[in-house]
Design a binder for this molecule. Structure first.
Ligand code: SF4
Length: 487
């Protein structure tokens, strides 16, 4: 028997989610709810660090929020109010194991600190090498741990703004929450790659979260985003702000894939509601790739908003031809092909009555390896679909992400191995249409050069000198990367 993750049927993985709140007598409980609403960003581990104003307490473990903090374990009750930060993780750097669960706790010369991170620090391996050469000992294989070492370095703690100084050593994508005994510091990288926002509860307590859906979950109202290159402090005096890079010197590179796939439909990120953005994508897709069909169906959930837009624009009726089960997590199963196919069906079930005998347009957010999409098309065909017109609401993905999203390797991406017609034949569909990059960028609310589009066009805004992937820390430590290795 092998341990197989049913979620593997989805080929690109969420990254991480952050939540923090200051001063609330129910800070721990609200962090729990905030994390619950961010569960789509990572299901491998969950953790909360909290402070009673003097000491920090941490609990983090493998599993979903509901599992790690399930009632009866008494974990939430042992954590102290009124300051808390929380983290849900999908590993984009470092293996999926308990020691890499966050927040990370450290005691150093200036006291206690817990750190939670969303993103990927691309120079973490190099920094770690440097520190190890001077005898530093690392407990994890996550890129995040280097931040604690940077904070504790004697020549850094004496700087007027230690945190700002430390952040200037980091390259890559990072939204960070630091819990000190008396405050929370929230920081966002100078490119603003991942989202991070500030809210306020009805009682007036300040909070921070990866997405606004977490603010909604605790009844808080959205105040504003943490700006790229900004550090926001939440303490007894309220909220204060400072910048660790000069404002206006770095052009933002917001991750457009957050809008296409990762973020929740009810969230507003980068100044635009996710559902509205995806609907616009669907409308644009219908203009670029019309189809003569009877019904438009989404691959739920990430394809749903775009499918609604496609149906509205084309005038073809929308219907739910596939239903996603939200209750399928991990399962033990033998690794045969037939049982793997059953896994896909368990996660995505077809409503035969909607598709049988029909010419259908299927809208999905993206096509990555192609194998999963092929499985979905096969299931629709088995259910009696007469014609299948596959539409992807983003362009062909051809390049890996080094900024916190776990895609397959470049070689595994179907768009690098096959022509458009070969992909169509591989999927077994009558027609195939991908959104154009220009079309996708016509749907954003900010100037188009404010977004990262590297996984589609290979234009990396932050140079990557050393190959970075989920296992970089392990591989780099073992010397498995050759100089000049292609990535
Ligand atoms: S490469 Fe793609 S997934 Fe990665 S940050 Fe850029 S847009 Fe997002």
């Amino acid at each position: 028997m092998f341990f197989v993750e049913v979620l593997m049927v989805f080929e690109k993985k969420e990254e991480c989610g952050l939540f923090g709140i200051f001063g609330d007598p129910q800070a721990v409980q609200k962090t729990y709810f905030g994390l619950y609403s961010l569960q789509h960003r990572g299901q491998e581990s969950a953790g909360i660090a909290s402070s009673d104003g003097e000491f920090i307490h941490v609990y983090a473990d493998m599993g979903t929020v509901g599992r790690v903090f399930r009632s009866g374990r008494g974990v939430l009750e042992k954590l102290a109010n009124p300051i808390a930060i929380g983290h849900v993780r999908y590993s984009t750097s470092g293996s999926s194991k308990a020691v890499n669960s966050q927040p990370f706790f450290t005691e150093y010369s200036r006291g206690q600190v817990a750190v939670a991170h969303n993103g990927n620090i691309i120079n973490a391996s190099l920094l770690r090498d440097e520190y190890e050469a001077y005898g530093s000992i690392f407990k994890t294989t996550s890129d995040t741990e280097i931040i604690s070492h940077l904070l504790a370095k004697p020549s850094h703690v004496t700087k007027p703004d230690t945190l700002g100084h430390v952040l200037n050593h980091l390259q890559g994508a990072y939204c960070l929450l630091f819990l000190f005994a008396d405050r929370i510091e929230a920081a966002r990288d100078p490119y603003g790659i991942r989202p991070l926002c500030i809210g306020q509860t009805q009682e007036g307590y300040c909070c921070v979260a990866s997405e606004t859906c977490a603010l909604d979950a605790i009844g808080a109202k959205f105040i504003r985003e943490v700006e790229p290159g900004e550090i926001v402090t939440l303490n007894k005096k309220g909220i204060s702000s400072r910048y660790f890079v000069k404002q206006g010197t770095v052009k933002p590179a917001h991750c457009l894939f957050e809008h296409v796939y990762f973020s929740k439909q009810n969230s507003t990120i980068f100044g635009q509601n996710v559902h509205e953005f995806r609907k616009k994508l669907g409308k644009q897709l219908a203009k670029e790739h019309p189809a003569d069909a009877d019904v438009v169906i989404p691959v739920p959930d990430s394809g749903t908003s775009a499918a609604i837009g496609y149906a509205e624009q084309s005038g073809i009726p929308f219907d739910m031809g596939m239903v996603r089960s939200h209750y399928v997590g991990r399962t033990f199963i033998s690794p045969s092909q037939s049982l793997r196919e059953l896994q896909v069906k368990l996660k995505l079930a077809v409503v035969s009555e909607v598709v049988a005998g029909k010419r259908i347009v299927v809208v999905d957010d993206s096509i990555v390896r192609g194998t999963t999409t092929r499985g979905k098309m096969l299931t629709l065909r088995e259910a009696g679909a007469k014609e299948i017109h596959m539409r992807a609401s983003c362009p062909p993905i051809r390049f890996p992400c080094f900024y916190g999203v776990d895609f397959p390797t470049k070689q595994e991406l179907v768009a690098n191995n096959k022509t458009l017609d070969e992909i169509r034949a591989f999927l077994g569909v009558e027609s195939l249409g991908y959104m154009s990059l220009e079309g996708m960028l016509s749907c954003v609310s900010k100037p188009s050069d404010n977004y990262c589009t590297a996984c589609w066009n290979g234009k990396y805004r932050i140079p990557v000198d050393v190959p970075v992937n989920k296992f970089s820390m392990e591989k780099y430590q073992m010397g498995l990367f050759e100089k000049g290795e292609e990535f």
